[in-house]
Design a protein around this ligand. Structure first.
Ligand SMILES: [Cu+2]
Length: 146
């Protein structure tokens, strides 16, 4: 009796579980790309390197933006011992004090991370300088902060 009830209960749970798994697949499937749209992702070349820039805010905002840079060489590997400097600035505007900042992005797991504080809405230029050994290459990105 108790077993029967348990089994019936288990049988009843199967469709619910299947539905949950399907919902999970749907969420991880086409919708995952949609969730990813919450971040801004841009891709550029710096010499031979592919640089993928990712900002947690899309559009970028006035204030703090978490910046991540994924750098790979033509074989798909991350360069070892790279120093990554980010120079971000607003193109000069009339009656605007120069807004030009430099900061080193620090390697965290597989990406170089930096908290970037944008103090004004409008266009910003990001120059990512990658130094490996005595060689420096750079990539330039354009973003608009709201
Ligand atoms: Cu400005």
């Amino acid at each position: 009796m108790l077993n029967g009830e348990t089994n019936r209960g288990a049988r009843r749970k199967v469709p619910a579980l299947a539905a949950a798994v399907l919902a999970g697949l749907v969420l991880a499937g086409p919708w995952a790309g949609r969730a990813g749209a919450a971040a801004l992702e841009l891709k550029k070349k710096a010499g031979l390197y592919d640089v993928v820039l990712r900002l947690d805010r899309n559009p970028p905002v006035v204030g703090d933006n978490a910046l991540e840079l994924r750098i790979t060489d033509p074989s798909g590997a991350a360069p070892s011992g790279a120093k990554v400097l980010v120079n971000y600035y607003m193109p000069p505007m009339p009656r605007m004090a120069p807004m030009n900042y430099k900061s080193e992005a620090k390697l965290k797991k597989d990406a170089y991370a930096l908290r970037m504080r944008l103090i004004m809405a409008g266009p910003w230029v990001l120059i990512v300088r990658i130094t490996v050994g005595d060689k420096t290459t750079s990539a330039r990105f354009h973003i608009d902060a709201l």
